[in-house]
Design a protein around this ligand. Structure first.
Ligand SMILES: CC(C)(COP(=O)(O)OP(=O)(O)OC[C@H]1O[C@@H](n2cnc3c(N)ncnc32)[C@H](O)[C@@H]1OP(=O)(O)O)[C@@H](O)C(=O)NCCC(=O)NCCS
Length: 177
């Protein structure tokens, strides 16, 4: 099952990334240590690293399992961040990131709600879920505001190499039908 390539929310529109987005992504956040702190990858050292990342995102649109979109404002078409959905059978996992200067305006809550609103009504999807580092309070709040329930603590769940060399504890959130 493939999600829609293009979709929108009240203030945002979303589309698959194109290679020309890489310079903007690099300038706005892929090299930012604060933005990448709780992500699974280290800050990019050059726009070429971001281009490789975008190429991988595009390849995934052929067969999945991960489908990525860039997030743009409807008002002035600014690229604010990215969101993705990784589909494994009846489970779909959401991941997301926003450039720092766009934090705190409710954008990611809006995008996450939009993705849940698409995914959960799909006949074959029963669970939409996400995890976040126990110290990533903004991300936990986004998932709560998007209506997900905190299911529990996944101990030593994931490597966040910008925080520690050893696996980190994460909160697990989900919406189910
Ligand atoms: C997490 C992130 C996507 C949030 O996006 P956003 O658009 O700023 O989120 P929203 O504005 O929708 O909501 C953020 C909420 O977190 C709260 N928040 C922000 N920083 C916080 C902190 N340090 N402690 C507690 N709450 C915090 C905000 O007050 C807001 O809640 P409120 O509306 O009840 O006031 C953004 O901070 C980001 O991209 N971070 C870096 C990448 C990342 O961590 N991605 C997630 C990996 S799991």
């Amino acid at each position: 099952m493939k999600p829609p390539t293009h979709w929108s929310t009240a203030r945002l529109h979303l589309r698959p990334p194109v290679i020309e987005d890489a310079d903007v992504l690099f300038a706005t956040y892929t090299q930012d240590p604060e933005v990448t702190k709780y992500l699974m990858w280290r800050p990019h050292d050059s726009a070429e690293t971001t281009r490789d990342f975008v190429r991988r995102c595009l390849e995934q649109w052929q067969d999945g399992p991960t489908y990525s979109w860039v997030i743009l404002t409807q008002l002035d078409d600014q690229l604010v961040g990215m969101i993705d959905l990784e589909i494994h059978g009846f489970r779909a996992e959401i991941g997301y990131v926003l450039a720092k200067r766009f934090w705190g305006q409710g954008y990611m809550t809006e995008a996450v709600r939009g993705l849940i609103d698409w995914a959960l009504p799909q006949p074959d999807i029963y669970r939409v879920w996400a995890t976040c580092d126990v110290e990533n309070l903004a991300s936990a709040r986004v998932l709560e505001k998007a209506g997900m329930q905190r299911e529990g603590l996944l101990r030593r769940w994931i490597l966040h190499p910008n925080v520690s060399d050893t696996p980190r504890d994460s909160w697990c959130y989900a919406s189910v039908k």
